[in-house]
Design a protein around this ligand. Structure first.
Ligand code: AMP
Ligand code: MG
Length: 336
């Protein structure tokens, strides 16, 4: 299959919408990461998404909408909180799991009676959804398990020849995937942290619970509320180990290692004698989110056997960064 490279202008947007209406799969930019989109009404198109990514069959997809009318089409029995949260955070990187409507293809929700839905805050994504008239199921546009794509180049590196098209736009602004909450349980649960923090959500959902899988590996055989949380994920080929330490202890530790590299904060770099990649400031978690996946991809170009990552704080947006890193590290964490 030849992957068509499209611009993010009106012609490219129109071509992407046509491909999607015809049952194709097209990578599109969003504010979080690039998504691999397909019609949420078309089981055949959804099957192509799973095949192109090599995605585990039990991992459901997020459906992307462009307005509240579409929310009414894809969801059923919406609780009042859904409208309040939509008003506060949409368009934006918040995904809500709610009861699904009958129109959503079974293959989107992988047999669950719920659907995960969000309205992306990216003009190109919004126009592609509007133009196609379709809610778009769109997981991250990478090979399953590899770091999520924050540029069109990342998408092409993973999926060239496996998908119908890619709409080339700039780098993703946020850099980590959306916050996922479920409103289908009582109390509501945070399933995946993102740019919209638990602290912000608690103003609307005072009884919000943080799912145990956010910060730890689910037990063997444990039933997880969000199937995506149980997998090793976001990993380069190089082994990743997460190191929880202050700046001095991190530098001391990594400087004693051989044939390794460090992914660290801007402020750490001058103290470290190994090859380094910086993923933002230790004081600015949004900068870390923005650069994290790109740094994990670059690790494979360093020619080292292992990379040690200086762990972020576990609060605010740092919780999202930490959540991705423990999975990139297959839950290998050193605490100094
Ligand atoms: P990705 O598509 O890679 O951004 O991952 C989507 C995340 O949302 C995964 O962790 C899924 O398990 C989760 N998800 C999608 N739909 C549902 C659902 N209906 N219920 C619970 N989690 C969901
Ligand atoms: Mg993904």
């Amino acid at each position: 299959m030849q992957t068509v490279i499209l611009k993010d202008d009106s012609k490219g947007i129109a071509s992407a919408a046509e491909m999607l209406s015809a049952g194709g799969v097209v990578a599109i930019p969003t504010e979080t990461v690039y998504g691999l989109a397909a019609s949420a009404y078309d089981d055949n198109a959804i099957a192509k998404v799973f095949k192109a990514k090599g995605r585990p069959q039990d991992n459901p997809l997020i459906v992307h909408i462009c307005d509240m009318d579409m929310l009414g089409e894809v969801a059923a029995d919406l609780p009042d909180e859904a409208f309040a949260l939509a008003e506060a955070f949409w368009p934006g990187p918040l995904t809500m799991v709610v009861k699904k409507s009958d129109k959503i293809a079974q293959s989107v929700s992988r047999g669950l009676d719920t659907v995960a839905v969000r309205m992306p805050d990216h003009p190109v994504a919004g126009q592609i959804i509007r133009r196609s008239g379709l809610p778009l199921a769109a997981p991250s546009a990478n090979i399953s398990g590899s770091p999520s794509p924050t540029s069109a180049a990342h998408v092409i590196a993973d999926l060239d020849g496996r998908i119908d098209g890619v709409v080339v736009s700039g780098d993703s602004r946020v850099g980590v995937e959306s916050t996922v909450i479920t409103l289908a349980t009582k109390p509501p649960r945070l399933l995946r942290p993102g740019l919209i923090t638990a602290e912000e959500l608690k103003a609307y959902l005072p009884d919000l619970v943080i799912d145990s899988a956010v910060l730890a590996q689910p037990e063997e055989g444990q039933k997880v509320a969000s199937p995506g949380m149980k997998y090793k994920h976001y990993s380069p080929k190089t082994e990743v180990i997460l190191v929880e330490a202050d700046a001095a202890a991190f530098a001391d530790f990594v400087n004693g290692q051989r044939e390794c590299a460090a992914i660290c904060f801007d402020e750490d770099a001058e103290k470290i004698t190994l090859p380094t990649l910086c993923y933002g400031s230790g004081e600015d978690e949004e900068s870390q989110a923005h650069s994290l996946f790109s740094c994990l991809r670059q690790a494979d170009g360093l020619g080292v056997k292992r990379v040690y990552v200086h762990a972020p704080k576990k609060s605010g947006v740092g919780l999202a960064v930490y959540n991705r890193l423990i999975r990139a590290a297959a839950f290998k964490v050193i605490k100094l």
